[in-house]
Design a protein. Structure first.
Length: 258
């Protein structure tokens, strides 16, 4: 069986997000990747939350929809930063490298010990790609309505009876999205120590609800948050609030969680 590549997965994502019959053209990439400081660390905190937006969203949208403010109200002292991880970085397959070299490594060099990734849609996908390559860098992830791959991969996992029972028929290549699902499969093993804590939220009417449900079944119930609605900021704001109400609040404790 010929495996699909990551590039084909990104091509599918492009088809999903185009509208009005117009081909979406990704923005040009830059080195370093553009970032937007959202909140400064408080009280000597050595924690940082990295926000990764969905396709077509702006970094300022996190401020407009109150994501940093909601986190602060829960007692977080973390620095918060937005990263312009647009589709171009996925097309040229540089997203992990740019996050590592331009965001995570410099933060580590400045003494940051606790790093959370908070990604929406495409940003959730990017968060997972990063955590697969550098799990030791990530204290935790909150991914909302993430893109998780192509239909044939999802059918393969469903046919196997779920992620815990699934294994690829042959070793996935470097660019095969099955490599990401093999990483996610680690969350079905209660003895696994490698993957960072993962919290998933999605709307029950979201276009990615089916693949998100496959991942949700592999996670502890307390790590999954759902609400009515589709692929919108209103839904994502509610999911963020549900996480903050029921999950660990990054940067509230004195010591990092990882």
């Amino acid at each position: 069986m010929v495996h699909r590549t990551l590039a084909r997965g990104i091509a599918l994502l492009t088809l999903v997000i185009v509208a009005g019959g117009c081909l979406y053209r990704p923005d040009p990439t830059t080195v370093p990747i553009r970032t937007l400081p959202l909140v400064k660390a408080a009280g000597g905190s050595r924690c940082m939350v990295v926000f990764l937006p969905g396709r077509g969203d702006q970094l300022e949208d996190f401020l407009r929809h109150g994501f940093p403010a909601a986190l602060q109200r829960k007692g977080s002292r973390c620095a918060m930063i937005g990263v312009d991880s647009h589709l171009g970085y996925f097309y040229d397959r540089s997203i992990v490298r740019r996050l590592r070299e331009d965001v995570i490594a410099p933060a580590r060099a400045e003494g940051i010990r606790e790093i959370w990734l908070a990604g929406i849609s495409l940003g959730g996908f990017g968060s997972l790609l990063y955590a697969r390559e550098y799990p030791e860098d990530v204290s935790g992830m909150v991914i909302l309505a993430p893109f998780l791959g192509e239909e044939d991969v999802l059918r393969e996992i469903e046919s196997a009876g779920g992620l815990a029972a699934w294994s690829p028929q042959e070793e996935p290549g470097e660019k095969d999205l099955r490599r990401l699902w093999l990483f996610l499969k680690e969350y079905t093993n209660p003895l696994a120590t490698n993957p960072p804590p993962l919290y998933l939220g999605y709307g029950t009417g979201d276009r990615f609800a089916k693949p998100n449900g496959l991942l949700a079944a592999a996670l502890p119930p307390e790590h999954v948050f759902t609400t009515e609605g589709g692929h919108t900021w209103r839904v994502w704001r509610r999911l963020w609030e549900l996480f903050l109400e029921n999950g660990p609040v990054p940067g509230r404790s004195a010591e990092p969680s990882r």
